[in-house]
Design a protein around this ligand. Sequence first.
Ligand SMILES: [Zn+2]
Length: 289
Amino acid sequence: MIQNPITWPNGARCACAITFDMDADSLIHIARPADSTDRLHPIAMGRYGPTVAIPRILDTYKRLGLKQSFFIPGWCMETYPDAVEAILQDGHEIGHHGWIHEDPIATKGAAQEEAFEKALETHKRMTGEAPRGYRAPVYNITQQVIDLLVKHDFRYDSSMMADDIPYVVKTDGGQLYEMPVHWGTDDWPPFAHYDEIGYLMPVRGPSAGLEGFWEEFEAQYEAGGFFMLILHPFLTGRLARWRLVEQWLEATLAERDVWFAPLEDIAAHLDQVDGMRVETLPYYTSPQT
Ligand SMILES: [Zn+2]
């Protein structure tokens, strides 16, 4: 089923990462800068993440003995230092997720470099080390960002979709691991409803919204692959949804042969793996017409 399987530590059948992007209310400030500060409804929706959902998620992870990865824009780290401290206190990884969730397609050149490096400085100051991983806001990674990641010695990206399992992204200046994302394992489609950014979809019920994720897990488990969820605290950290995720985690840990790890640990493991598939960038160097 998978052409280039990866052998996981201790003979585990599947590597698993339940990752969270803690965007909080950065989304409304970047989308509506002219009057975002008076849009209390979306601000409050976002604040639920760091203030209510993060303590709940951390509590579950601590109880189950899990260490996982959180991607946080620099502005969110500065605005919600208590959430950052709690995440670090429990030994989780924090990855780079832009400065204020600026879309790299819309923020290019010197502006992208400035935002990227400003966030990097915040990470270094607040976590005591440089981030090892990056996930592009709205997955919109560009060649410029790839080059910035290589320049700053990042180990991995988690924004692209060219395989089912981790692969190598090779570019002129160096290489990264790609921890591939997919909309089928992202909670935005089933659970987000956000008028101000033009996203109006019917919100699915908790079990209906999550059931596609568990089918994705079964396929990866059967194939000996890699199962990663891309979740948002203000969406899946809500009471009914997290209760179901927690029940799934408990059952999976008890009954399945899985390796739950932060992405930085998975990247470190990949250093020992031979024969990974390679994607060479840039994909294109001139307009395709
Ligand atoms: Zn995000």
